[in-house]
Ligand binder design. Structure first.
Ligand code: NAD
Ligand code: G6P
Ligand code: MN
Length: 470
C-alpha cells in the first residue's frame, strides 16, 4: 500500500515513485473532458500529458454541446497532441454516445450560459445594490438554476454509456450542484470538488517555507466556498497554525504569493484584492483560517462599494483568460504547429490527477470533498452537503469527522445551507416561492423586497435556461 501511496501521492519520494510506475503500467485510462470548449481545457489536457507516468491516459475525448466553441480548443489541442503525444487516441464530439462510451473518468467543467450569462449574474444584482458574484449570493443562485440541468445531462449520459466510470465535477456553483446530486442522483458516481482550498494550501505552504502543499495535514469544515481551516501541521506533525495566523493577521494570504513564482494561480487584480481582504475576514474569527469566499458574506457592503457595475469579473475574464486561451488556440491552428505557442499545463490542476489516482488505485490519500454531512460535523444538519477532508480509495470516500463546530460558523452555515437547499427544491418543483425565499435568506441580500426585485429580473434574463417557475 505504501508503494501505491507514494506513487500517486507526494512525488518527491523517489524510490517509492519508481515502484509505483511499475504498478501503474498495468492499465491506461480513458478520459472524457466535458466542457471541451472551456478556457481550462487546454491546461488540464496538457497537465494530463505531463502526469502520464503516474496516471497513464491513452484516450482523451472532448465533449461539448457548443460545436463551434469546442472546435477551436479541440483543433489546437489535436495539433499539440500530434506533436507531443502521437500515440494518444484523441477525438472531439458533440455526440453523447461517442463521448461517453468506454470511459473511465469524466472530468466535467461546464458553464451553462457561458460568460454572457455570468456577466448578467454579476450585473443584475448590482443594479439593485447587492453583490454580483459567480457562485455567491444572487449570481450564484441564478447560475445554480442553470447548472443543475447541465450537470445532470452529463451524469446521465455517463451512467448510460459507462456505468462504472467516475465523474469528477468542478462545474460551479459546486455547493448547489452537489446538493442537487444528493437529493436527485444519490447513487451516482460523481465527486464534487473545488480548487480554492488547494490554492489556499499552496499559499499557506509558501508562507511556512514548504514547497509542496501535499505535505500539509489539515482539518477543515464548511460548505463549498464557505469554510474554515482549523488545524494545519507539517509532515512531522509540527503545528503551523501560529505562523500562518501571524501572516493572516498582517497581510491576509498575500505573504503566500512571494515564492509562488510564475505558476501562481488567480493573479488578476481582483483576485489579489481578495487575498488581501482575507486579513479582515480572518479578524472576524482569529481561531480559524477562512476561505477567501467568506468575504462576500461577511463584507457584502464593502464588495458592492468596490465593484464597478459596468465592468465585473466576467468582463475581466472575457478580456483576459478567454482572449488569451482562444487567441493561443487560433494561432496554433493558423500556423499548423503548437511549437512556440502559449499553451501550458495547469500545474494546479494536478489535484484532479491525484484524485483520479486515488479512485483508480486505492491510494487512500486525503482530499477536501463536498459530501453529505451525515455526522462528520456532529452539531450540524446531517443532510447538508459539507466540505470536509475525506480519505479516497477504490470504493469512494470515507469522511474524517470534524466534531463540533463553533456557534458563529454554525449560525452562518445554517443560513447558507438553507439557501442552497431552497434553490435545489425550487429547481425540482418549479417553485417561485422557494426561490424567493432562497434569495431572501442569503446573507448578501438585505430584504425580501430587494430579493423579489432581483429575482424578477433574473427570471427575465434566464428564460430558456431555468425551469418555468410558478
Ligand atoms: P467556459 O465558458 O470557458 O467553458 C464552459 C464550456 O462548457 C463551454 O464550452 C460550454 O459550451 C460548455 N457547456 C455548457 N453547457 C454544457 C452542456 N450542457 N454540455 C456540455 N458542455 C456544456 O467556462 P470556464 O470559465 O472555463 O469554466 C468552466 C467551469 O468550471 C465553470 O463552471 C467554472 O465555474 C468551473 N470552475 C470550477 C472550479 C472549482 O473550483 N470547482 C475551478 C475553476 C473553474
Ligand atoms: C476559484 C474557485 C472556482 C471559481 C474560480 C473563479 O478557483 O474555486 O470555483 O470558478 O475561482 O475564477 P475566475 O477566474 O473565473 O473568476
Ligand atoms: Mn471552487
Amino acid at each position: 500500500r505504501d508503494a501505491v501511496r507514494g506513487h500517486c501521492g507526494v512525488p518527491s519520494y523517489e524510490p517509492v515513485a519508481k515502484i509505483g510506475s511499475i504498478l501503474m503500467a498495468k492499465k491506461s485510462y480513458s478520459v472524457t473532458i466535458a466542457g471541451g470548449g472551456s478556457t481550462f481545457t487546454p491546461g488540464i489536457a496538457l497537465m494530463l500529458l505531463e502526469e502520464h507516468d503516474r496516471f497513464p491516459v491513452d484516450r482523451v475525448v472532448f465533449y461539448d454541446n457548443n460545436a463551434e466553441r469546442q472546435e477551436i480548443v479541440a483543433k489546437a489541442c489535436e495539433i499539440y497532441f500530434k506533436e507531443n503525444a502521437p500515440d494518444l487516441d484523441f477525438s472531439y464530439t458533440t455526440d453523447p454516445e461517442k463521448a461517453f462510451t468506454g470511459v473511465d473518468f469524466v472530468l466535467a467543467h461546464i458553464r451553462v450560459g457561458l460568460y454572457a450569462m455570468r456577466e448578467l449574474d454579476e450585473k443584475i444584482p448590482l443594479k439593485h445594490g447587492v453583490l454580483g458574484q459567480e457562485t455567491c449570493g444572487a449570481g450564484g443562485i441564478a447560475y445554480g438554476m442553470r447548472s443543475i440541468g447541465g450537470v445532470f445531462e452529463i451524469l446521465d449520459y455517463m451512467e448510460k454509456y459507462s456505468p462504472n466510470a467516475w465523474m469528477l465535477n468542478y462545474s460551479n456553483p459546486a455547493a448547489i450542484v452537489a446538493e442537487a446530486c444528493r437529493l436527485l442522483r444519490p447513487n451516482s458516481r460523481i465527486i464534487n470538488i473545488c480548487d480554492m482550498p488547494i490554492d489556499l494550501m499552496d499559499k499557506m505552504a509558501h508562507m511556512c517555507g514548504i514547497k509542496d502543499r501535499r505535505e500539509l495535514q489539515y482539518s477543515y469544515f464548511g460548505l463549498n466556498h464557505f469554510g474554515w481551516f482549523t488545524e494545519i501541521y507539517d509532515k512531522e506533525g509540527n503545528d503551523l497554525m501560529p505562523e500562518i495566523k501571524r501572516h493572516m493577521a498582517k497581510n491576509g494570504y498575500m505573504d503566500g504569493f512571494e515564492t509562488a513564482g510564475d505558476k501562481a494561480q488567480h493573479i488578476d487584480e481582483s483576485w489579489v484584492h481578495t487575498f488581501g481582504k482575507a486579513k479582515d475576514v480572518y479578524a472576524v474569527d482569529p481561531e480559524t483560517i477562512p476561505n477567501t469566499y467568506l468575504k462576500y458574506y461577511l463584507f457584502p457592503d464593502y464588495v458592492v462599494e468596490t465593484s464597478n457595475p459596468d465592468y465585473t469579473r466576467a468582463n475581466e475574464v472575457m478580456d483576459g483568460r478567454e482572449k488569451k486561451v482562444f487567441g493561443a488556440c487560433r494561432e496554433i491552428i493558423e500556423k499548423g504547429t503548437a511549437k512556440g505557442s502559449d499553451f501550458e499545463a495547469d500545474a494546479h490542476a494536478t489535484y484532479i490527477v491525484d484524485l483520479a489516482c486515488a479512485l483508480a488505485e486505492n491510494t487512500l490519500e486525503r482530499f477536501l470533498l463536498i459530501v453529505p454531512n451525515d455526522g462528520a460535523i456532529s452539531n450540524f444538519d446531517p443532510t447538508a452537503m459539507v466540505e470536509v477532508p475525506c480519505i479516497v480509495g477504490k470504493n469512494g470516500y470515507e469522511k474524517i469527522c470534524q466534531g463540533q463546530i463553533p456557534q458563529f460558523q454554525k449560525g452562518m452555515m445554517e443560513q447558507q445551507v438553507s439557501v442552497e437547499k431552497l434553490v435545489v427544491q425550487a429547481w425540482a418543483e418549479g417553485s417561485y416561492q422557494k426561490l424567493w425565499q432562497a434569495l431572501t435568506l442569503s446573507a448578501t441580500i438585505p430584504s425580501a423586497k430587494i430579493a423579489k426585485d432581483v429575482l424578477d429580473d433574473l427570471i427575465e434574463a434566464n428564460k430558456g435556461f431555468w425551469p418555468e417557475l410558478s
